[in-house]
Ligand binder design. Sequence first.
Ligand code: SAM
Length: 494
Amino acid sequence: MKLYFEAERFLKQNDKASGSLQSRVFNDKRLTSSPKHVFALVYSTIKFKDYIDQIIKKSKVKQEIARGKVRISDELLRLLIHDLLFSPRGRIESGKHPIKDAFLANKTRLQAEFIKLKLKYKVKAVSELPTKDSSEDETPVRWFRINTIKIDKDRFFKKHPFFAKLQPVNTIAELTSPGFIYSDDYIPHLYGIHPKEKLSAQEAYKLGEVIIQDRASCFPAHILNQDPNDVHKQVMDACSAPGNKTTHAAAYLPQGEDSVVFATERDAKRVAILRTMCEKATGKNRKRLVQITHKDFTTINPEDFPDVTGLIVDPSCSGSGIFGRAMDENSEESKSDSTIDQERLRKLASFQFVIMKHALSFPGARKVVYSTCSIHAEENERVVIDLLLDEQIRNQGWTLASRDKVIPEWPRRGIESEFVKMSRDEQVCRDLAGGCVRANPKEDGGIGFFAACFVKREAIDEYAKNNGAADNGKVCDNGKDNNETSEDWQGFDN
Ligand code: SAM
């Protein structure tokens, strides 16, 4: 019954806790059952809650169980009914237990009510039952990227007719039903299809030739690598599991024996997931392309990694950009819980600051991309501002990259008004916000997200000079010509 007792805890918390169900389950250190299994069970029980409650009421199962002097919470009962009637397997997953026995003594009456329910809604299968919140939790677009470590684009479409047969469309708004494919305008090798498309059933998915990854989650590795004048052979992913950004960063590595992504993760269970994901994505090249370390990133000595020039820092966050629980600032829930939320956000922000400050201390680092799947400025622009105002970080030469080096065409940038803390000059605020990108949940085709790109301009200029900069005369990442000095870019001094 352990699975059900653990799931019961998340179901009980669901209306009160902040952060997405997914992040709460996957970040829970006490969990001993598979997080994937717990998440699927709780998620699906919430989805069918109204129907399950009808069955509880009609069957009088609660009273029957109580008559046998067995105590069972409403949440536990819902979970058991879910698995007996609403799950494809149709059985309770556990060994002998008095609660299970008391529950199963009511199996016939529960099944009878379930049949009546299906007749009432004129459906033959659970999947046909209308669920009012299913669209709320569903991504508007299913994003996947071709894993170029294993296969190039041309071979991919030749090898996999399922994808080749999809009809190309120009915008995500046109993905109105299965059968269409959108090639992303912002991230190379990234595609969007309708969420009902059976992607995980495809051979390409099983072979690791496609990786399901939300669009905005692909921003960090792309931002790190999009400048042809700033190539990174050794990259550090500070907070890696489950490994989406790690494997994406590995796909950008230049050819060469010494090209590698060092992936750090402090949670033992998540290291195992990271290892599996990296093995699937890189095959026999795993040990060469991705080196995994099970450690707290802040205990890693930066001096041991003198050749790391680029870092991705995607630390734990509130997860408020993930749907289902994307918090509406004006909602009653967020108002009543505002004190708790503020305290939680404050703690998260100070943890995020510490991780980032450590990342910025790597001696060879020229570029560090910070990201969260949070929509809160506290974890995003405000962390960035605190870092930019930190004396040690300023003295190390870190600034924010300019928009032309941070997916320039992507329209949604950082919140300009947040940067007034740094300058009252509107243009400066706009430039600083331009060094950040944001994605709004759903509206931008996926999860809510934030990324900011920190650069050491002089180090990048130096690298570009020594490695034959592209001859466009622009090596400063502020997009200005070389004869303008870094003093032309101010904004952190007000
Ligand atoms: N970047 C990942 C991806 O794209 O698949 C997601 C990372 S998740 C948001 C944050 C991860 O950071 C969690 O797995 C958490 O265990 C890990 N983490 C948190 N603090 C850490 C630390 N101090 N050192 C290393 N890993 C840490």
